[in-house]
Unconditional design. Sequence first.
Length: 217
Amino acid sequence: MRLITQIRTHSATLTFATALGCFSPVALAGAQAEGALSASVRAVLHRAVSDQAAPKLAFASQQEAQFWLAEMSGRLKKKMPNEEDRREFLSTVHYEAVRAGLDPHLVLSLIEVESAFNKYAVSRVGARGYMQVMPFWVKAIGTRDHNLFHLRVNLRYGCTIMRHYLDLEKGNLYRALGRYNGSLGQAEYPNLVKAAWHRNWTAPVLTRSKEKQLPTS
């Protein structure tokens, strides 16, 4: 199984859920279901969560990276007031998403719905952090020192798990999101993620006029 492949976001048809306001007022955290993993899958997932290369933005140019970070930071300001925290968070989201073959904007949408950007969120069933990762994953594919409240660890696990579910569902985003939330076959969660994506996290477009406003150094 290839863990890192390009996401096919149009392989599933998702109904757009009408939503008002800028962000979801409450999170809809679910629970990934604990299931048996083959030795080969376990090994792939273990390697995926263990690599600790330094996070970096993957863009064609430094200007594009600066533009994306500035645009996304502005959208996130109400949920995360500290600019330094926002930049670290967004840089890590982008790195971990691209590393796992996911669209960073999908990951931001998933985080909005799962935890409402609460780093220390804990669901009723024990899912933890930004991406509401279930603790059994640490035992299954990680090591004891992996703290799911740590920014990078949580995003690494969440993106790895989402990639695993996409591969399991052969690119079907609707079903993969259902698995991630523990609500496979139900429309509510995939629709909420899709709505958040279209409402708040569409990819920004760097126009020529905006490019001229960016610092050259």
